[in-house]
Design a protein around this ligand. Structure first.
Ligand code: ZN
Length: 340
């Protein structure tokens, strides 16, 4: 018996569909029982590809990937560097300092580590801005942008001597002659746990878009069925997810309002009723769309197709993944504005 893969569209032997596909990647929690799973829908080759590429980045380089530490979800390994994310301390004496959040093993907390960096005092904002070695501008540029490079202390944050030496080399390359006056230690107050006060600067790119689209497409296949997901109207998004083909703007949108009606009402007070994952699916005219929110942080829009040619069968579905109890439950459309 042959099966068709919902991503590469290839007909393959049943044995080549040996793995179950989790609608929500396991890096965002293991949900039991009643987890949403796909069987004989994603071939092993595609499954492997997604695991090694898309999902790896979803876990490592997204704000959602970092927030999972706080929920006690351990990453396979602590990332050495975030390619798409930069976290900064948002207030206090060390405001602006660049850090990497770490899994701490304690529920509700995460550790942070410093990165190699130097701070420059900006006369206009009267604040320090921190730069990683590759981002340190030339002395002339710093001066022209209002940074004080002569009379103000330049904090150099380095783990060890080697790092410090490499940082000093960058300074001399950029036309500055700086000598470290004292050994700058990573301050104790920052080292201690429960430092969740970091804000992320996020650069989402195609890999992340594809990862979110895949969650939505998995959900579509899970709720409406594999046969429906294989319709030609979805060939565009299928190729975008699997091969990165096409324009992400056609399929993906950011900065959507919260999924739950109650969260929208409470939005101005910064209150949310859940920190679990939310996903909904439904029609908007002849477009089939989904909204996805991981940890109920940001809401993403996924557009499966613009003009559906077939009969518009009723599709309206929503699920909540509780990251604490690990339960998966159906969202009940108590509000008619579930899909505005
Ligand atoms: Zn495949």
């Amino acid at each position: 018996m042959k099966e068709k893969c919902i991503y590469c569209s290839k007909d393959k032997a049943e044995e080549e569909f040996s793995k179950r596909e989790h609608v929500i990647p396991q890096c965002f929690g293991k949900f039991t029982p009643g987890n949403l799973l796909l069987y004989k829908s994603v071939c092993d080759e595609c499954n492997q590809f997604f695991g090694n590429n898309i999902e790896l980045y979803l876990g490592r380089d997204t704000i959602e990937g970092v927030v999972r530490y706080i929920h006690g979800i351990k990453p396979r390994e602590n990332p050495k560097k975030h390619k798409r994310l930069k976290f900064k301390i948002p207030c206090g004496e060390l405001k602006g300092m660049i850090v990497i959040p770490r899994y701490s093993g304690v529920q509700g907390e995460n550790d942070i580590d410093p990165v190699l960096q130097a701070g420059f005092f900006n006369k206009q904002t009267q604040e320090y801005d921190y730069f990683e070695p590759n981002d340190i501008p030339h002395a002339k540029e710093l001066t022209s942008k209002g940074y004080e490079i002569k009379d103000k202390k330049i904090p150099l944050i380095a783990k060890d001597d080697n790092e410090m030496q490499s940082l000093l080399r960058v300074f001399s390359d950029k036309g500055m002659n700086i000598k470290p006056e004292e050994d700058l230690e990573w301050p104790e107050e920052v080292k201690k746990r429960n430092q969740t006060l970091v804000e992320g600067i996020i650069k989402i790119d195609s890999v992340v878009y594809r990862g979110i689209c895949k969650i939505a497409f998995n959900y579509l296949a899970c709720i409406v069925g594999k046969k429906f997901a294989l319709r030609e109207e979805f060939d565009g998004i299928r190729k975008f997810i699997r091969f990165g083909e096409g324009d992400s703007k056609e399929y993906f949108g950011v900065n959507e309002p919260p999924i739950l009606d109650i969260d929208r009402k409470l939005q101005s007070q910064n209150i949310k009723v859940t920190n679990g994952h939310l996903i909904i699916l439904g029609w908007k005219g002849t477009s089939l769309i989904s909204r996805v929110s991981i940890f109920n942080l940001k809401t993403y829009l996924v557009k499966f197709c613009n003009n559906f040619n077939g009969v518009l069968i009723p599709i309206k579905s929503g699920h909540h993944f509780d990251v604490d109890s690990k339960e998966v439950s159906k969202l009940i459309a108590v509000n008619r504005r579930l899909l505005p």
